[in-house]
Design a protein around this ligand. Structure first.
Ligand code: FMN
Length: 316
């Protein structure tokens, strides 16, 4: 994305990065960059709904909407300014909106506040049976196209893994203007409390098993799409970072492991990566990035299928 990072570890968008002190903790612990906690359209909408309760006058509702939205954006631009002033590593702003108009209106203000890049967290949850797959993809593409026309900083798009063809989506986002795609967002997990017969939330934290999905798709796409690929989901140790870099990731986003092990774990993972590089005699990450991708395979046409068949028949 044209950003210079000292190392590939980025603290991903979460409450680990929701104020300048925490962003400084990330930088002090050795993060290469941070993605700030997302600005959520729906969170601001909830504030508007709460403050407009009991008001049915349309003009009053519009006024409250404007004030609350302005206050929400102001809080976020202050976060960008404070975080950027506190650290010298790149600070990436993150937005999660559900209406196109909202992205177009507000994303330019994040650039103006000093964000080094913007991550669009597009996580639509299609619950309407009338929302076709084509219409949803069209929303993604048009949103990215219009945002990229409005800002000059690089834009990344963070997506989930529920698509019919992830390579097609990644490529479409690239052609819409995204410089990078983050694979993958971890959606809100739903669970059911069988004692109290209630819905409850599942664990927001990932486990190392979740690495399998970014690993598969980055391995398949490295060198074939012009989008840079950031791995997110399941990177908990230095060895996991080694794997996604060997697959072809440009950078490694980490979140759950930092919640679990503290900011200092960023330094631990970095040292584990360096120790592995020393052991393998690699001086730079470029020397091994994508080494185990499908593109670099000697049997690209049977790459993934071959692994599957070998697993089935138990061959090494
Ligand atoms: C408590 C929590 C809060 C999060 N908040 C956000 C957010 O505001 N925006 C976002 O794009 N992702 C958010 N995420 C998702 C993470 O950025 C990350 O993509 C996901 O946790 C997978 O990475 P991991 O396996 O390293 O945890 C959140 C995750 C957690 C656990």
């Amino acid at each position: 994305m044209g950003l210079t990072l000292d190392n590939p570890f980025i603290v991903s968008s979460s409450s680990l990065t929701d104020n300048a002190d925490k962003v400084k903790k990330c930088a002090d612990a050795g993060a290469g960059a941070v993605v700030l906690k997302s600005l959520f359209e729906e969170e601001i909408q909830a504030e508007i709904d709460a403050s407009g309760e009991g008001t049915d006058h349309t003009e009053a509702v519009d006024y409250i909407r404007e004030i609350q939205t302005g206050a929400g954006i102001k809080r976020y631009t202050t976060l960008i300014k404070d975080a950027s002033a506190a650290v010298s590593i790149p600070v990436i702003a993150s937005v999660n909106a559900v209406t196109r108009n909202w992205w177009e209106q507000h994303v330019p203000r994040l650039e103006a506040a000093g964000a080094d890049a913007i991550e669009l967290n597009i996580s639509l949850m299609p619950y309407d049976y009338k929302d076709s797959e084509a219409a949803i993809l069209d929303f993604y593409i048009k949103t990215v196209e219009s945002v990229c026309k409005l800002v000059s900083v690089p834009v990344a798009v963070k997506i989930g893994f529920h698509f019919t063809s992830i390579p097609a989506v990644v490529d479409a986002l690239k052609w819409a203007g995204a410089r990078a795609v983050v694979l993958f967002n971890r959606f809100y997990q739903l669970d059911i409390d069988t004692t109290n017969l209630r819905l409850k939330s599942g664990s927001p934290m990932s486990s190392r098993d979740d690495l399998a999905l970014p690993l598969r798709w980055i391995t398949m796409m490295y060198g074939k799409t012009e989008a840079e690929l950031a791995a997110s989901s399941g990177v908990h140790q230095g060895d996991d970072a080694v794997k996604v870099l060997l697959a072809g990731a440009q950078v490694v986003q980490v979140c759950s492991t930092v919640y679990k092990n503290g900011y200092e774990h960023l330094g631990v993972m970095q040292r584990e990566l360096e120790a592995w590089m020393d052991g393998q005699n690699f001086q730079t990450i470029d020397a091994f990035r994508g080494r185990l991708s499908q593109k670099r395979s000697d049997k690209p046409e049977t790459f993934e299928r071959l692994q599957y068949i070998q697993a089935l028949v138990g061959q090494s």
